[in-house]
Design a protein. Structure first.
Length: 478
């Protein structure tokens, strides 16, 4: 197809998307104003990734400048926002411990060789500096080091492209000091906040092993093993060093937050959701204990393990369900940035635990037309073989219980899932008068081992039946 014909076809499609709905069932409906296609697909007016500096004096965030996502910085309490002026599209960034430099990992060449960049926010014309050793190297930012503003831990495959070794990298000089050389069968390294290597996960063909470093001249010691069918994710050690916080479904159906005693290898469950796997866990940098645990059986669920945080989260909960995530904090954890997610978009807040002040930092571009958006609600039904299935249904505003045309959106993976929250595609369709059904069919992640394994050998069988059963359920609901 010629470029001219492609452009003409794209314009024709966009024009068609701007025409009000013509389906018979929608002609008498009082639908909300038609939102332009551009507002759903163009990356304009968006703000995200707010991060407070460790010293609590500055905040950095991403925002669109023209058509490019760039990083902005301002002093808290002042109106002195500066655009650092470089492309930061699609990549997270982090404050260094000196509260001056920002670090981010970026695939600048488009070849999946992610490099580590550092930028000094105090410079008049800041320019990101690539501090990755080797052009064809892929680097992972392993950890900031507590009390050491000049060094970070990184892992990269510069020595052997098949494995990642651990290094201590000096941000001032670019010098890297080897910490651990991967033997080839190690898939995860567990470090503590002081930059010490505390454990590793080694794999064989059928098993995984959690091992502690050599002591008294001995070799690495195995403290836990599991099969490749289990999911075990060591997070970090306790402050005392006598246990490891982990997310694990070893010996259970659903992933739970557990505490593993490194001497006895005994697991104790800290939190488990009865209907869904544990997702994100936020661990305090001060106490080195978990404070928030997330799960999403339908609406987001946040389990608050730190009693002092309960009134903070209560102040952030708006009318209706929300998902609340801690995105950053200063070194004293007095200033905390939160992402508050709903089906309208994401709002960003800075909370001062000392004063109790809550500052609204920014929000998704979708809030500009939030009144025209439609609510996404969780649904559940039983498949023809009795298996309980969950999903989401978004019905256009102004329908008042009338039958409407429906689109089924099928998530990919297939071992993935749909989540509750803002979706540009879902809201685009709902704004045009379509109901949108999303089914987390068997095999979808997040609902436990049994639910996922129910899809084995069923990609064109009962997994497909689940989608058909979802449509049948929706028709029965009217």
């Amino acid at each position: 197809m010629s470029p001219g014909l492609s452009i003409a076809l794209a314009l024709l499609l966009l024009v068609g998307c701007a025409v009000p709905p013509a389906h018979d069932s929608l002609k008498s409906a009082v639908l909300p104003p038609l939102i332009p296609v551009r507002d759903f697909v163009a990356n304009t007016d968006s703000q995200s990734h707010y991060r407070v500096s460790p010293d609590g004096t500055k905040v950095a965030w991403k925002a669109v400048h023209g058509t490019q996502e760039e990083i902005f910085v301002r002093t808290l309490g002042k109106d002195d926002a500066r655009n650092l002026g470089f492309d930061a599209q699609g990549y997270p960034f982090y404050w260094a411990q000196d509260s001056r430099r920002l670090l981010f990992v970026k695939d600048a060449g488009g070849n999946e060789n992610f490099h580590l960049f550092v930028v000094d926010t105090d410079e008049l014309e800041p320019s990101p500096l690539d501090i990755t050793p080797g052009e064809n190297t892929r680097v992972v930012l392993q950890r900031m080091i507590k009390g050491d503003p000049s060094n970070v831990l990184i892992a990269h495959n510069g020595r052997d492209r098949a494995v990642f070794d651990l290094y201590r990298l000096n941000l001032d000089t670019g010098e890297q000091t080897p910490v651990y050389e991967n033997s080839g069968d190690v898939i995860k390294l567990v470090t503590d906040r002081r930059g010490r290597l505390r454990a590793r996960v080694r794999q064989s063909e059928t098993q995984r092993f959690l091992e502690l470093p050599p002591a008294d001249g001995q070799g690495w010691s195995v403290i836990l093993s599991w099969t490749k069918d289990d999911e075990v994710q060591p997070l970090q050690f306790t402050a005392e060093g006598d246990a490891i916080w982990m997310v694990s479904n070893r010996g259970r159906d659903k992933k739970a937050l557990v505490r593993l005693d490194v001497k006895t290898a005994e697991e104790s469950v800290v939190y488990a959701h009865p209907e869904a796997d544990i997702g994100r866990v936020h661990i305090s940098a001060l106490s080195e204990t978990p404070v928030l645990v997330h799960a999403q059986p339908d609406y987001p669920h946040v389990e608050v393990l730190d009693a002092a945080l309960r009134p903070v989260l209560a102040s952030l909960r708006m009318d209706g369900p929300v998902g609340v995530h801690i995105s950053s904090s200063d070194s004293s954890e007095q200033l905390i940035t939160f992402d508050v997610k709903t089906d309208l978009g994401v709002e960003y807040f800075l909370y001062d635990r000392g004063s109790g002040d809550k500052i609204h930092l920014g929000q998704s571009a979708s809030y500009a037309f939030a009144d025209a958006l439609s609510p996404m609600r969780p649904i559940q039904f039983h498949a023809r073989d009795g298996l309980l299935l969950r999903g989401y249904l978004t019905v256009p505003q102004g329908i008042a219980g009338k039958p409407v045309p429906m689109v089924m959106l099928v998530h990919g993976g297939p071992f993935a899932r749909d989540f509750w929250g803002y979706s540009a595609l879902v809201q685009f369709l709902a704004n045009r008068g379509y109901a949108v059904l999303q089914v987390n069919y068997r095999g979808s992640s997040g609902y436990g081992r049994t639910f996922m394994e129910a899809a084995i050998g069923e990609f064109a069988g009962t997994m497909h039946d689940d989608l058909i059963d979802g449509v049948s359920w929706a028709v029965e609901q009217g």
